[in-house]
Design a protein around this ligand. Structure first.
Ligand SMILES: Cc1cc2nc3c(=O)[nH]c(=O)nc-3n(C[C@H](O)[C@H](O)[C@H](O)COP(=O)(O)OP(=O)(O)OC[C@H]3O[C@@H](n4cnc5c(N)ncnc54)[C@H](O)[C@@H]3O)c2cc1C
Length: 367
């Protein structure tokens, strides 16, 4: 069979993981088709874009996965920027985590990776930081990426440049198999027509909605509400990551404020007064003066969460159907390593011992 008659590998879901994996596979010469229900609902367009394995206080294998991904970001972003000819806004700006007392600071799970700051040093870093915060940990190695305005768009463009085929507005309604071997999907197109799209291989990247088409996956949504405020340029030089609240300064003075974490909300859409009040209160608890700045935008989205908050990576129980989902609150951070692990697995490329270990640790059936 010639290359052109070969059925494309299907990417189910065109959010952050779908785009990252499509890009990786297209670079490796695979024919790829993305089936995307709605670009707008993707958490990739919602996230604050922090690259924060240390500031988030990750532990165990998830910390190792996050640290490895962080190291791979510069090379990963370079490939996207080269293929798209667009910038992505990667910045190792450092993240500061403030604490009310020394005990909390010294017992933080990633304490040993940070630089301990006193109140005086904290104020030098963040003038105007509220009196509650007496100590801090500075993680210089953590950073951010402008996912909403730059990375997602650059990934889309890079995929198109590499010949990835897009079907936007197409919903996967059923996964088809023949004796436990994946053989395509049933889709509903934008006109309501239902078709069977045949393929021998696919990657399931439906984020928080993954369980709707693969019932046994332990994935559930965790809603997050956000807002942004406009400050002068350089108003904050680093990200401030407080308990339940963070401030992510972009180069143009826009500050992304996040985020609520609402497990009980399910897939309930929209902003709520309670959620927005929580963000406002959070800003006041960190830097009260910032509440005087104009609010620019408010938005929300759904994180794909699993029982241990780690992703599901690798082959599913259906032969030929790969999984890349469940990245919860660290999907932007983990996109680089996810694309690499899934890309190498599908193309049967060499996996290092560490990479094979990640695929074992983050199997879908580990629970
Ligand atoms: C408020 C908030 C803040 C966050 N902040 C950060 C952060 O600072 N740093 C970080 O690393 N991570 C952060 N994240 C997490 C990150 O955004 C997610 O982990 C990541 O976007 C998950 O990518 P995904 O591709 O799995 O899902 P998504 O990006 O949500 O994409 C899933 C896509 O699948 C499509 N889809 C669903 N069902 C179907 C179907 N049946 N057929 C076809 N298509 C379908 C959807 O339309 C959607 O476009 C945040 C998330 C939220 C919500």
């Amino acid at each position: 069979m010639g290359i052109l008659s070969e059925k494309p590998l299907l990417i189910l879901g065109g959010g952050l993981m779908g785009l990252a994996i499509a890009h990786e596979l297209a670079q490796k010469g695979k024919r790829v088709e993305i089936l995307s229900r709605s670009r707008n609902e993707a958490a990739g367009f919602v996230a604050a874009g922090m690259l924060a394995p240390h500031a988030e206080g990750l532990k165990g294998e998830l910390l190792s996965l996050g640290q490895t991904s962080l190291q791979r970001h510069p090379r990963w972003i370079e490939s996207i920027e080269t293929n798209s000819k667009m910038p992505c806004g990667l910045k190792t700006c450092g993240i500061l985590v403030p604490f009310e007392n020394l005990k909390d600071c010294e017992s933080y799970p990633t304490y040993k990776f940070g630089e301990k700051l006193t109140r005086i040093e904290l104020l030098q870093e963040v003038p105007g930081l509220s009196d509650n915060w007496k100590f801090g940990l500075l993680f210089r190695q953590d950073g951010q990426i402008d996912n909403r305005r730059l990375l997602m768009r650059a990934l889309e463009k890079a995929c198109v440049e590499l010949g990835v085929h897009f079907q936007e507005g197409v919903e996967v309604i059923e996964i088809m198999k023949d004796s436990n071997k994946f053989n395509g999907v049933k889709i509903k197109d934008i006109n309501g027509n239902i078709n069977h799209l045949k393929s021998e291989e696919a990657v399931l990247c439906c984020g928080a909605w993954s369980k709707q088409i693969f019932k046994t996956l332990p994935i559930f949504p965790v809603k997050g509400q956000m807002l942004s405020i406009q400050g002068p340029k350089q108003i904050l030089k680093r990200i401030i990551f407080g308990p339940g609240i963070y401030l992510v300064p972009r180069d143009d003075g826009l500050i992304i404020v996040g985020a609520t974490s609402e497990r009980e909300a399910g897939f309930q859409k929209g902003l709520t007064p309670k959620g927005q009040r929580e963000l406002q209160k959070g800003i006041k608890s960190l830097i009260p003066e910032l509440n005087q700045l104009p609010h620019m935008e408010r938005w929300w989205g759904f994180r794909p969460c699993t029982p241990d908050e780690g992703p599901l990576l690798g082959m599913s129980s259906i032969n030929g159907l790969w999984l890349a989902t469940g990245h919860h609150r660290n999907g932007v951070l983990l996109a680089a390593i996810t694309a690499e692990l899934i890309g190498k697995s599908i193309c049967s490329s060499y996996l290092s011992k560490e990479e094979s270990n990640f695929l074992t640790q983050f199997r879908w059936d580990r629970f």
